[in-house]
Design a protein around this ligand. Structure first.
Ligand SMILES: Cc1ncc(COP(=O)(O)O)c(C=O)c1O
Length: 404
């Protein structure tokens, strides 16, 4: 074997796989309705783009400190102070290439061989893969649609063993759009403090919460566990900046210094122009965030209704992020597919609708549909989905009748 042993443990990203196949079809001229992508369809706000133009004009195109320029780390601190009433210092922040690298640095800095990391499913596939890349073992706590994929503190804590190094919570979650309650996080943080565990909060979708529910996770973590809590987040989803690659990790200064050492020998600073743009996003007007959230809410409500017009499809209304995660076991049975993987492949090949099968999220029987696309395309996509199910159900019924 010519490749390193660690590569045997990880699987390619299923979400990127769907996007690649949808792209391939599109390049052949096929009209694909892409409900697979995990990124806003909105353009980056104008004032953010203007800041990038200005950075270019000012030749702000050199290396920066690997942790990110001070002005940006200050803007991140200011954002959390304004949003959550929590004071962080710039030395408690590192700017990373998206939320993904914030989580990756965290995994590499904290986890060793033999460590266990407790997290919840359905999960964003990168989370357990990064844990494995660090040589540690992900321990998965299942959540269920019956109670809205709620993340229960007792279930998380029941999975803790003497090998546990950290608990990783993603809220709002991808793909289920679930939120952890403040009370549940407080219980987890208390117990983590008592047992010497780290708590990592992936808040990548923190700006995309539909109802005004209390979700001040940074305050809880800093009050209860300041020396062992890490917040990972990003400009990607909130400000429609997925391609710019700007995320951050916030944690104890010593932890951030370790992340900085790691990043300094791997990717160094993120793009200098992006850093100026991110300052404009974080420190500038936030009305584009509200506009996008309102539009996502409208789409969520519309698509939930269209989808569940077929009584065999059930779907928890997500409380955050921009994905629906319908349960389609009855549809699989009626259409003769053995898995949502097979179902999603045929849906893309025959009806040209891209969704992501649940298997990749540790949730067979479900698929993920992103509503970060226009309402017209969402309508077209759900219409094609229903027609596909009807066609395949009729074929399966026909085959069964012929056999009997
Ligand atoms: C739960 C979750 N965390 C983190 C990320 C990382 O996003 P990015 O690296 O694009 O900022 C994503 C992206 O899809 C996500 O879904």
């Amino acid at each position: 074997m010519i490749f390193a042993a660690r590569m045997r443990q990880i699987a390619p990203s299923p979400t990127l796989k769907v996007t690649a196949e949808a792209d391939r079809l599109r390049r052949q001229g096929v009209d694909v309705v892409d409900l697979g992508a995990g990124e806003p369809d909105f353009p980056t706000p104008e004032h953010v783009k203007n800041a990038a133009h200005a950075a270019l004009d000012q030749n702000f195109t050199k290396y920066t400190p690997s942790a990110g320029i001070l002005e940006l780390r200050q803007a991140i601190c200011q954002r959390y102070d304004t949003d959550y009433g929590v004071a962080f210092k710039p030395e408690e922040v590192i700017v990373t290439a998206g939320g993904k690298q914030a989580l990756y640095n965290t995994a590499m800095v904290l986890f060793d061989h033999g460590d266990e990391v407790v997290t919840h499913a359905p999960y964003w596939p990168t989370i357990p893969e990064q844990v494995k890349l660090a040589g540690a073992t992900p321990v998965i706590v299942q959540t269920s649609p019956e109670d809205g994929f709620a993340i229960h503190a007792d279930a998380i804590l029941a999975a803790v063993t003497p090998r546990t190094k950290a608990i990783l919570i993603n809220s709002p979650s991808n793909p289920a759009g679930a939120l952890i309650s403040e009370a549940a996080l407080a219980t987890i943080a208390d117990e983590a403090a008592r047992r010497g565990l780290w708590v990592i909060a992936d808040l990548t979708y923190e700006k995309l919460i539909y109802d005004p529910v209390p979700h001040n996770l940074p305050r809880i973590l800093t009050e209860k566990l300041r020396d062992r809590a890490v917040i990972c987040s990003a400009a990607s989803k909130a400000y429609a900046m997925t391609g710019w690659r700007c995320g951050w990790a916030i944690g104890p200064a010593q932890f951030i210094a370790q992340c900085n050492a790691l990043q300094g020998h791997s990717t160094s600073n993120i793009n200098s122009i992006t850093q100026k743009a991110a300052i404009a996003a974080l420190a500038g007007p936030q009305d584009s965030v509200t506009m996008m959230l309102n539009e996502y809410r409208r789409r969520r409500d519309a698509v939930s209704e269209w989808l569940t017009a077929d009584p065999r499809i059930t779907c928890v209304k997500p409380r955050g992020a921009f994905y629906l995660f319908p349960y389609v076991a009855d549809v699989l049975e009626a259409t003769g597919f053995r898995s949502t993987n097979e179902f999603a492949e045929a849906l893309l090949a025959e009806a040209h609708v891209a969704v992501t099968a649940g298997e990749g999220f540790d949730a067979p029987g479900f698929f993920r549909l992103s509503y970060a696309t226009s309402i017209e395309r969402l309508k077209e996509g759900t219409d094609r989905l229903h027609a596909f199910i009807a066609r395949r159900s009729a074929q399966t019924r026909g085959a069964a009748t012929a056999r009997s």
